[in-house]
Design a protein around this ligand. Structure first.
Ligand code: ADP
Ligand code: MG
Length: 594
C-alpha cells in the first residue's frame, strides 16, 4: 500500500511538466526548493533535537557563492578558472557552506537548552547583513545576470525545464537522508534527542553526530540556494533573512519534523498557503502587508497545541502501516574481544569519593571485581550505589580517588572512552529510545563493533556490516528472552522487559565487565530465573559482573562476593553468607529488627 502510494506520487510528480500550467510549475519548483531546506531541518531539529532558525543563511551562502563566481568580471588571476561555470559554483558553494557550518557548529553546538536556538538566530542575522553589506555581492541590490544551468548542452532557461533538476535532487536528498537514518550512524543520530547519556555510555560520539547532521542540513540548504540562484538568475539578501529561516523551521514543524516526508508536506502546505494568503488577506484588510505571517504564527500555536508531531503522522495513520521486515536478522558473528583470565582482577576502586555539594554520596569506597565473578553491591535506597556506577562508567565524574580497569586508570576518562575499553552498563532508570524498535535499541549497544561511517550509510553501501550488527543485536535479544518483542517499539514494553532490553544492549557491546543496576526490579519470578541463569552463564564465560539488586534471594544465589553500602560508605564486605550474618548489615537493612 505504502509502496503504491509512493509510486503514484512519483508518477504524478514526473508527469507534472507535461500537464501543468506555468503558474503551477513555478509553485512546485518553489515547493521543491523549500522542501530541500526543510528536509535538513527535519534531520537537524525533528530527529536530532537541535533547533535552528538560521538555515536561510546557508541557502544564501549556496546562492551567493555561485552567483558571484558565475558573474564576476574581476576575479583574481588565480581564480579565473572557477568563473562562469554553475557547476564549479555549486562545488564552491557547498565547500564554503561546509567550512562555515563546521566553524559555526563547533562554536554553537556545545550550547545547551535555549542557547543553541539563540546562537542560530545570531549567525542567521550576521550572515544576512553580510550579504547586504558586501559591495562585491552587490549590496542590497544583489547580483543579476546569473547564467542558466546547462545540462548535456541543453540550457534550462524555463521553470518547466528546471523542474526535473529540482525534484530529482530533492528526491535524492530524501533517499540519502532515509538511508542514513536507517543505519549505525543513523541510530547514533536518533539517540541525540533524549538519549545522549545512554549513547555516550555505549561508545557513541554524540558531538560528532551533532556536527554531521548540522553539516548535512547546511549542505541541503546551500544546494537549494544554488538551485534558486540559477532558476531565478538573480539574487538579493531578502530571501535569506531570519524570518525566512523561521519559515523553514515552521514548514518542518507543521509538516511533521519526525519524518522526511514531513518536510515535503510542510513545504507544500506553507508555500501554497502563503501564496493564497498573500492574494487574499490584503484584499480583506484593504491594505498591503505581510499579513500571512500573522496567520502562520497562529497556525504554529495551533499545531503545537493540537498536533505536536505535525500533520504527516495524522496522514500516515490513514494508511495501514507497512509491516516491514519481520525476519530475524541473520549474519556472521562479529569478532569478539579476548576475555581476561578468570579470577584476574579487572576493576579496582580505590578510596573513591563523590560529592554533590555538601552531600557525600560515595565516601571512601574501595573494592575490586574479578573476571568470572559476580560482585554484588547492596545497601538501602540512597546508599550511593547508582552514584558508584556512574563514577565507574564515566557517566559521572569522580571527586577524589582512583579507579582502575584492566590495569589502566580510568577515573578521568569519558564514558565513551571507558566503553571502548570493554565496560558496559545498564541504568536503574531505564534509558532507551522509546520510539525505536527493541532491535534497533539493542543495536546501539553494538555501535563500537561497526566502523562504516556516514557516506557509506547514506548510499547504503554498508549493508553487509549493518546486517552483522543487527544479527548480533538479535542474538543478544534472544539470549535475554525478548525474542518475541524484537520488532516492537521499546517504549511499549513493560518496565521489567525494558530493563532486560538494557542488558541485551550492554551485552551487544561484548564487554568483559558488566554493570547491572537493579536488573531484576519489575521482573516476574520466571523472568528472574531466566535472568539468573543468563548471569551464571556469562560468569562462566569469564565476564566480570557488578550487580546492584534489592532482591536478596536473587543476589545471594548469584554473588561470589558482596559489598554493603550505607550512607555512601562501605560497611561490610565478604562472602554472601558472612555478610548476611554481619550485625552492622542487619542493622542497616532491617533497622535493628531481626
Ligand atoms: P542508590 O542507588 O544507592 O539508591 P544513589 O546513588 O542514587 O543511591 O544516591 C545516593 C545519594 O546521592 C542520594 O542521597 C541521592 O539523593 C544523591 N544524589 C544522587 N545523584 C545526585 C545528583 N546528581 N545530585 C545531587 N545528589 C544526588
Ligand atoms: Mg540506585
Amino acid at each position: 500500500m505504502q509502496r503504491a502510494i509512493l509510486i503514484l506520487f512519483l508518477v504524478l510528480l514526473g508527469s507534472g511538466p507535461l500537464i501543468l500550467s506555468e503558474f503551477h510549475i513555478t509553485l512546485l519548483n518553489y515547493i521543491g526548493l523549500s522542501a530541500l531546506v526543510a528536509l535538513g531541518v527535519v534531520l537537524l531539529t525533528g530527529v536530532g533535537g537541535l533547533t535552528s532558525f538560521g538555515q536561510a543563511a546557508f541557502v544564501g551562502l549556496g546562492a551567493y557563492a555561485s552567483a558571484y563566481l558565475t558573474t564576476a568580471t574581476d576575479l583574481p588571476g588565480w581564480l579565473t578558472w572557477a568563473g562562469g561555470s554553475p557547476w564549479i559554483g555549486l562545488a564552491a558553494g557547498l565547500l564554503l557552506t561546509a567550512i562555515v557550518a563546521w566553524l559555526l557548529g563547533a562554536l554553537t553546538l556545545r550550547l545547551s537548552g535555549h542557547y543553541l536556538p539563540l546562537g542560530t538566530i545570531a549567525w542567521g542575522i550576521s550572515l544576512y547583513f553580510l550579504f547586504g553589506n558586501l559591495s562585491f555581492l552587490g549590496g542590497h541590490t544583489g547580483i543579476s545576470g546569473i547564467p542558466a544551468l546547462a545540462l548535456f548542452g541543453l540550457e534550462l532557461k524555463s521553470g518547466r525545464a528546471f523542474y526535473y533538476v529540482i525534484w530529482v535532487m530533492l528526491l535524492a536528498a530524501v533517499w540519502i537522508t532515509q538511508n542514513l537514518l536507517d543505519s549505525r550512524e543513523g541510530r547514533a543520530i536518533r539517540a541525540l534527542k533524549g538519549g545522549t547519556v545512554m549513547a555516550e555510555a555505549m561508545g557513541v560520539d554524540t558531538a560528532r553526530s551533532k556536527i554531521i547532521i548540522f553539516l548535512i542540513a547546511a549542505l541541503f540548504a546551500a544546494l537549494s540556494g544554488w538551485l534558486y540562484a540559477h532558476l531565478q538568475r538573480f539574487v538579493n539578501p531578502t530571501p535569506f533573512g531570519l524570518h525566512i529561516g523561521i519559515e523553514y523551521l515552521f514548514m518542518a514543524v507543521v509538516g511533521g519534523a519526525g519524518n522526511v516526508w514531513g518536510a515535503l508536506l510542510g513545504a507544500g502546505l506553507i508555500t501554497i498557503l502563503k501564496q493564497w494568503l498573500q492574494d487574499l488577506l490584503p484584499k480583506i484588510f484593504g491594505a498591503s502587508g505581510n499579513f500571512e505571517m500573522i496567520v502562520f504564527g497562529m497556525m504554529m500555536v495551533l499545531v503545537l497545541q493540537r498536533a505536536r508531531d505535525g500533520i504527516w503522522p495524522i496522514l500516515a495513520r490513514l494508511v495501514p502501516p507497512a509491516r516491514g521486515s519481520r525476519l530475524v536478522p541473520q549474519g556472521d558473528a562479529l569478532p569478539r574481544n579476548v576475555m581476561p583470565q578468570a579470577g584476574a582482577g579487572i576493576l579496582d576502586v580505590r578510596h573513591v569519593f563523590k560529592r554533590f555539594g555538601g552531600l557525600v554520596a560515595n565516601n571512601d569506597m574501595s573494592f575490586t571485581v574479578r573476571a568470572g565473578e559476580v560482585m554484588a553491591l547492596i545497601g538501602p535506597n540512597g546508599a550511593g550505589k547508582s552514584t558508584m556506577f556512574d563514577c565507574i562508567s564515566g557517566v559521572g565524574s569522580v571527586s577524589e580517588g582512583e579507579i582502575r580497569f584492566l590495569g589502566e586508570r580510568i577515573d578521568h576518562l569519558t564514558a565513551r572512552a571507558i566503553a571502548r575499553r570493554g565496560m558496559s552498563r545498564t541504568f536503574q532508570h531505564v534509558r532507551l529510545l522509546p520510539g525505536m524498535s527493541v532491535l534497533e535499541n539493542v543495536a546501539i549497544g553494538a555501535h563500537l563493533r561497526g566502523t562504516r561511517g556516514v557516506l557509506p550509510a547514506a548510499l547504503h553501501l554498508e549493508r553487509a556490516e549493518e546486517q552483522r550488527l543487527l544479527a548480533e543485536a538479535a542474538r543478544q535479544i534472544e539470549r535475554v528472552g525478548l525474542k518475541d518483542s524484537m520488532f516492537e517499539q521499546a517504549g511499549s514494553l513493560a518496565l521489567g522487559q525494558q530493563r532486560t532490553l538494557e542488558i541485551a544492549r550492554a551485552l551487544a557491546a561484548d564487554p568483559c565487565l558488566l554493570l547491572l543496576d537493579e536488573p531484576a526490579a519489575g521482573l516476574r519470578y520466571m523472568e528472574k530465573q531466566i535472568l539468573a541463569d543468563l548471569l551464571r552463564k556469562l560468569k562462566a564465560e569469564g565476564m566480570g559482573i557488578l550487580l546492584v539488586e534489592h532482591d536478596m534471594d536473587f543476589v545471594m544465589g548469584l554473588a561470589n562476593r558482596v559489598v554493603v553500602m550505607e550512607f555512601g560508605e562501605k560497611i561490610a564486605e565478604g562472602l554472601p553468607d558472612e555478610v548476611q550474618r554481619n550485625p552492622a548489615v542487619l542493622e542497616a537493612y532491617l533497622g535493628g529488627v531481626e
